[in-house]
Design a protein around this ligand. Structure first.
Ligand code: IMP
Length: 183
C-alpha cells in the first residue's frame, strides 16, 4: 500500500502532511521555549506515537533523550476495552527528569490517566503531555494535553502513526477511516 490515501474510498484526508509538519514545528518551539537551558526526556507511547515523536524530537532545540513505553488498551478494533496493560516498560529511570509523554491521540483519556499515575510514582521533576491529536468529546477521564497538535471531531482516524488493526500507520496524512470494517 502506498503512503497516501490515494484512491482508497474508505479514507478521507482530515489533516494534510503540510499542516502536520507546520504544527509539529510549532509544538517543538513551544517545548523549546518552556524548557530553555534544560534537558527534556521524551517518552513515546508505542506504537502510535513513534512517527510524531520522531518528527517532534528533531525540531526541539534542547538537550533531549528518548524512551518508549508500550501499552495495550484497544485490542484489534476501534473501541476502547477500558483496560490498560503495560506491554513494554521504560528502559531507564525518569527520577528528577523533565518528562514529556508523547501520545498520538487523546481519546477517552483512559490510557493517559493510567500512564500519568504510573509515571508520577517514579518521581520525575516535571511530567507533561504532548499529543498530536485530541478528541475531547470522547473523554471519560479528566485529563488534558499540555501540548496539543490538533483538536479533532469524534471520528476514527488513521495515518501518521495511527492504525486500525495495525494498518495505515504509514499514511502521511491523518485520514478519517470510514465505514467501520473488520481489520
Ligand atoms: P484512550 O485511552 O481512549 O484515550 O485512547 C488512547 C489510544 O487509543 C491512542 O493512543 C490510540 O492508540 C487509540 N486511539 C484512540 N482513538 C483513535 C483513533 O481515532 N484512531 C486510531 N487509534 C485511536
Amino acid at each position: 500500500m502506498s503512503a497516501t490515501a490515494g484512491k482508497n474510498k474508505r479514507l478521507k484526508v482530515l489533516i494534510r502532511r503540510s499542516a502536520i509538519e507546520k504544527r509539529v514545528r510549532q509544538v517543538a518551539q513551544a517545548i523549546t521555549k518552556d524548557f530553555q537551558g534544560e534537558r527534556v526526556h521524551l517518552i513515546g507511547v508505542l506504537k502510535g506515537a513513534c512517527i510524531f515523536l520522531s518528527d517532534l524530537v528533531r525540531e526541539i532545540s534542547l538537550e533531549t533523550s528518548i524512551d518508549f513505553i508500550a501499552v495495550s488498551s484497544y485490542g484489534k478494533g476501534k473501541e476502547s476495552s477500558g483496560q490498560v496493560r503495560v506491554l513494554k516498560d521504560l528502559d531507564s529511570s525518569i527520577e528528577g527528569l523533565n518528562v514529556i509523554l508523547v501520545e498520538d491521540i487523546l481519546d477517552t483519556g483512559l490510557t493517559l490517566s493510567y500512564l500519568l499515575r504510573v509515571l508520577q510514582q517514579r518521581k520525575p521533576k516535571i511530567l507533561r503531555v504532548a499529543a498530536l491529536l485530541d478528541k475531547p468529546s470522547r473523554r471519560l477521564k479528566p485529563v488534558e494535553g499540555n501540548y496539543v497538535g490538533f483538536t479533532i471531531p469524534n471520528e476514527f482516524v488513521v495515518g501518521y502513526g495511527l492504525d486500525f488493526g495495525e494498518r495505515y500507520r504509514n499514511l502521511k496524512d491523518v485520514c478519517i477511516l470510514n465505514p467501520p470494517v473488520t481489520p
